[in-house]
Design a protein around this ligand. Sequence first.
Ligand code: TRP
Ligand code: SF4
Length: 334
Amino acid sequence: MSEKKILLSGSRPTGRQHLGNYVGALKQWLELQDECDCYFMVADWHALTNSYNDTSSLPENTRLQTIDWLSTGLDPEKSTIFVQSAIKEHAELSLLLGMFTPLGLAERCTSWKDQVIEQGNEVLRTYGFLGYPVLQSADILMYQANIVPVGKDQVEHIEKTQDIAQKVNVRYGDVFQIPEWRLSHSPALLGNDGRKMSKSYGNCIYLAENDKEVWEKIRVMVTDPARVRKTDPGDPEKCSVWDYHKVFTPKDRWDEIQTNCKTAGWGCMECKKVLNEAVKAELDPMRERRAKIEEKPGYWKEVLEHGNGVARNRARETMARVREKLHLYPGDSQ
Ligand code: TRP
Ligand code: SF4
């Protein structure tokens, strides 16, 4: 038995990953990959909660997301990379946890409140969408995860997982490990138009884009609106380019950047060129890895199948324990 802490995280398959995904999740996963026993999950069932009407892009999105994950350095020799829907035990555990989930707890979800109650979105008014945090709890508790790295918006889900797990533990003994969430320490990156980075806004920089494409996006990035002319001093705190610098540019250049901005010592284009170099330094090793991965078209699938096997064994152990503790029929020993 390894002494390492168990980490689980995941994301719905959205296809090509962008810098927002990288900074908000993947970068932290990579940092913890050696320290923890990691499970990284493609949450394809969760993707259905809001897009059950058209699932045709799921296979391609799963492929692209997995390739991008691997290109960042997620290593299948160290971590278990798997697909939620391949592990049927998630459905079983989700059903059981649902028995312990008060309606109020599910309805207290920000996305439920905003989209279903306030905006009256009928498409999302489903049992499945209401059960989003229950399924997510099953994902986490299945692997007895200690640590769940997530973005801010997901913290409420992990708190619900803690509540549900406690409810079971109080009644049936130590069934589940109570997980803790961990936030990424990097600031959230805005899209190049200054809005939230989102595929649907077309304002993302993708990990798989080439130098020219990346520069085109950095070149037109929104900066401090007060810097109309090159001679106007700027304020880095009002500029998303500076947020990017804080993530990608080595610290020893931060002073120079801030001074040049505040004193109008340089123009925004020069500032962006420095950023472009830093982003390139981060993306180049990913490009090399991706090229190798893409030489073997079936490789990403082999990775997932291997991961599914590892995850499934662990899931079966958990479910045997859960069934026993809950006095359920033990299940067949397949
Ligand atoms: N809800 C997460 C997202 O939208 C994806 C997810 C599903 C997840 N199950 C999880 C994240 C378990 C952390 C742990 O990104
Ligand atoms: Fe932003 Fe750099 Fe321009 Fe300052 S100089 S406003 S930090 S792009």
